[in-house]
Design a protein around this ligand. Structure first.
Ligand SMILES: C[S@@+](CC[C@H](N)C(=O)[O-])C[C@H]1O[C@@H](n2cnc3c(N)ncnc32)[C@H](O)[C@@H]1O
Length: 371
């Protein structure tokens, strides 16, 4: 049974432009049969895969960002909270001198020295030590979710100095922000935060499901071949591609990317991401994904795409963009309708930084695979 408690795991790690769980859940619950295989080729934090898990359906999530993949993997496992806390405890007892700790003004102000060392010990263990295949993704997801966020008045839920939850602040800006306000990083109890989160997210988690998250470019045939090898051809695609104009998925997740083995500086590369250099190129890239996905689907498979674009003044009608991207792909558009998500707090675009965007209305496009 799906309850507020079993659904909690979906919130383990915030991410940009996540759609509400109700969206994939609503689509799949009513229409997908028991043996349906579900794919999200732009899985982000894994909302579709998590909806599939709650319904006991097999699922694959694909994303070009390793942060997205780590967040999705955390939603496909089912260790006990005790197993997670034990793994963290073992990692924290590792040899401190062998662990690399980033230096500089940003890191000094972002984390209390002892907290940063603890984070680095766990990072080291997750990168180097063979950990249980159920426990490691869960511990990784918990740390990613706790890495940066607001400082509590009485109780601390995050490791960092005052920060946004959804994206990592850029170093120069953050240092100015903290220095101007005299904000020092709190000395939080890393293990206690992990224990609380382990209980919250895995204390009532439903059984894990057959599925996986694959880091890759969904335009590439080999990526979809790999997905099919795991569970076979797909019946349902529920997804949301990057909103046209939003290019910052990787740099905005730079601290989480560092935790996963990336550099301790902002990574401005856009490896594997769809091109936003112009609407034509964007549509062509999307078309490549839809055609590639289609050839890995069973006949009659259904695809539902939530789509928007940012910011309004630069756009390009989202209905026109998504319709053009489906043309000559083998997908037959059956319906395009407003996502009815304009109310604040419902749009996935609401997770944007206010100054960065004035999101347009989102649309849901439905299509059927009829090659
Ligand atoms: C709108 S977000 C998806 C959010 C997701 N619906 C959720 O609820 O978290 C789009 C995602 O597409 C990914 N992406 C961009 N280009 C890609 C590509 N060529 N292949 C796979 N993923 C890609 C981005 O990294 C980003 O995570």
């Amino acid at each position: 049974m799906i309850t507020a408690e079993t659904a909690r795991l979906n919130a383990i790690c915030p991410y940009f432009t996540m759609f509400p769980l109700d969206f994939p859940l609503g689509v799949l619950k009513v229409r997908a049969t028991r043996n349906a295989r579900v794919l999200d080729p732009f899985c982000g934090r894994g909302t579709t895969s998590f909806a599939a898990r709650l319904l006991g359906l097999q699922t694959i999530g694909i994303d070009a960002s390793r942060v997205a993949i780590a967040a999705t993997q955390a939603k496909l496992v089912a260790p006990t909270p005790e197993e997670i806390v034990n793994a963290a405890r073992v990692a924290l007892s590792g040899a401190r001198q062998s662990v690399e700790v980033p230096e500089g003004a940003f890191w000094t102000l972002a984390y209390h020295r002892d907290v940063l060392r603890d984070i680095c010990l766990i990072r080291h263990a997750l990168l180097r030590d063979p950990l249980d295949s159920q426990v490691a993704p869960a511990l990784r997801g918990i740390i990613l979710g706790a890495l940066h966020g607001p400082v509590g008045r009485t109780k601390q839920s995050y490791f960092s100095n005052q920060s946004p939850r959804t994206y990592g602040p850029k170093p120069a800006y953050a240092v100015r922000f903290w220095t101007k306000r005299g904000l020092m990083p709190p000395r939080v109890n890393v293990l206690a935060i992990i224990a609380e989160r382990a209980q919250r997210y895995y204390g009532n988690a439903s059984e894990r499901v057959i599925g996986a998250a694959i880091e890759g470019d969904s335009r590439r045939r080999a990526t979809l071949d790999e997905a099919c090898e795991i569970i076979g051809k797909f019946d349902w695609i529920v997804t949301s591609p990057p909103y046209y104009g939003l290019r910052t998925y990787l740099p905005d997740q730079w601290i989480r990317n560092w935790f996963l083995g990336g550099p301790a500086t902002v990574d401005y590369t856009s490896k594997g991401q769809l091109s936003h250099s112009g609407p034509d190129r964007f549509v062509t890239d999307l078309r490549d994904v839809w055609a590639n996905v289609g050839t890995h689907c069973r006949p009659g498979a259904t695809m539902v795409v939530r789509f928007g674009s940012i910011p309004c003044r630069q756009v390009e009608d989202p209905v026109q963009l998504i319709s053009a991207s489906l043309e000559a792909t083998g997908w037959v558009k059956t319906n395009v309708r407003p996502a009815n998500s304009a109310a604040r707090g419902k749009r996935q675009a609401d997770t944007f930084h206010r100054q960065r965007s004035a999101p347009c209305e989102e649309v849901d496009a439905w299509a059927q695979w009829r090659p």
